[in-house]
Design a protein around this ligand. Structure first.
Ligand code: NAD
Ligand code: DAU
Length: 353
């Protein structure tokens, strides 16, 4: 078959990456989607079981820190585009072990930039290097205001500093070498397939197992939550219609204090598990705060909405219910993850907190 495009998706076995891969494989049968992923603790091919046999999908196990492996990959395929999601993504892990964040998020991104630049050899027609980033690069807000595309960078955790560094390198390759790049900075995602180290799936798993639900500090930190499929839809739109060299903010306009979000989740879980109202709330346990914990994130995504016509789903409670339903009906997926290493991670992160 004549392929219209061949796209490299890095980190496609992870949470957001798997939704992006599925969307592109299903929506663009005439594209070839090459998913390159190291399969760290966060990468899981079970996330893509439903599409793994599709003729326009290929998986390859690759560490983006390995320059030679990336160069070989670009020799094996003629890529029209790269959608770069591979990253170490958990803030708490970046505090206990920042090195991997520097290797994967910074060095890995530079390896990809260098290889794309070299492989495309100055002929950038129809080419695009699309880098997926986070709103955390903008720092932390007080009670007012929102992050716009013009907000100066002010990363405050090793994770956000590594993502900010990679964003700077992507922009530098655009300005210095003319590499066609786009960056998008998104707020907190939630939905099916998220690794249960992040707040929402961790709380769902703990409530299900009647374990304490750890809330950092007083639970007053605010996050702006977006359903993962809305993020994948935004990535699709930006990949196809975004302006090269530009940045797009993506966010749900959906701010929640952690404690209010956990209370809502507790109510939903009681209903779904047929437990008396108030049962799950009793599990909420306030624990020692995350060091350097950013107070508030809030994204102004009006540019994406006005220029490209993107809209997130408006009903957060419905999105959360859908997410809970997914975790409850995919207990094998969850059980596989929480056996072995996960327990060790959980103990090291939460015991004595
Ligand atoms: P995730 O941790 O669920 O998945 C990351 C994936 O990258 C995994 O499949 C992992 O195996 C792979 N990976 C890690 N190191 C690698 C390496 N060296 N080589 C190849 N593959 C490697 O992450 P996620 O939550 O899906 O986030 C994906 C991207 O989106 C990241 O770049 C993250 O910074 C960004 N982002 C995430 C959120 C969020 O709320 N989760 C919000 C905004 C932006
Ligand atoms: O804003 C986008 C970012 O959102 C992404 O770039 C990151 O990859 C993603 O991990 C996420 O970062 P956060 O640190 O905001 O997500 P996390 O789910 O770890 O935490 C959400 C909030 O909940 C935060 O204020 C910390 C708090 N929290 C988290 C955990 C894991 C708790 O109170 N208890 C917990 O056990």
């Amino acid at each position: 078959m004549n392929r219209r495009k061949t796209i490299l998706v890095t980190g496609g076995a992870g949470f957001i990456g798997s939704h992006v891969v599925r969307r592109f494989v299903k929506n663009y049968p005439d594209y070839l989607i090459v998913n390159a992923d190291k399969l760290t603790y966060a990468g899981n091919l079970e996330n893509l079981k439903d599409i793994e046999a599709k003729p326009n999908y290929v998986f390859t196990k690759i560490d983006i820190v390995n320059k030679q492996a990336i160069q070989d990959l670009f020799r094996n395929y003629v890529f029209d585009g790269v959608i770069h999601l591979a990253a170490e993504s958990h803030v708490d892990r970046s505090i206990t072990g920042p090195d991997e964040f520097v290797f994967t998020n910074i060095v890995g991104t530079v390896n990809l930039l260098n290889t794309a630049l070299h492989s495309w050899q100055g002929d950038f027609r129809e080419k695009l290097f699309y880098h997926i980033s986070t709103d955390e690069v903008y720092g932390s807000l007080g009670s007012e205001g929102k992050f716009t595309e013009e907000t100066p960078y002010d990363p405050r955790s090793p994770y956000s500093a590594s993502k900010a560094s990679s964003d700077h390198m992507v922009r530098a390759y655009h300005h210095t070498f003319g590499l066609p790049t786009i960056i998008s900075n998104c707020s907190n995602n939630y939905g099916p397939n998220q690794f249960p180290e992040k707040l929402i799936p961790l709380a769902i798993n703990n409530i299900k197992n009647s374990r304490p639900v750890p809330v950092y500090g007083k639970g007053e930190n605010i996050r702006d939550w977006l359903y993962v499929e809305d993020h994948a839809a935004a990535i699709d739109l930006i990949y196809h219609k975004g302006i090269t060299g530009d940045t797009y903010n993506i966010g749900g306009n959906n701010e929640w204090r952690n404690i209010d979000l956990i209370n809502l989740l507790c109510r939903i879980m009681d209903k779904k598990l047929g437990r008396p109202e108030g049962t799950s709330q009793k599990l909420i346990t306030f624990v020692k705060d995350r060091p350097g914990h950013d107070l508030r994130y809030s994204i102004d995504s009006s540019r994406l909405q006005e220029e490209l016509g993107w809209k997130p789903i408006p009903d957060f409670e419905a999105g959360l219910e859908k997410t809970v339903d997914w975790y409850l009906s995919n207990s094998a997926w969850l059980e596989n993850i929480i056996s072995g290493d996960y327990e060790r991670y959980y103990d090291s992160m939460y015991s004595g907190r």
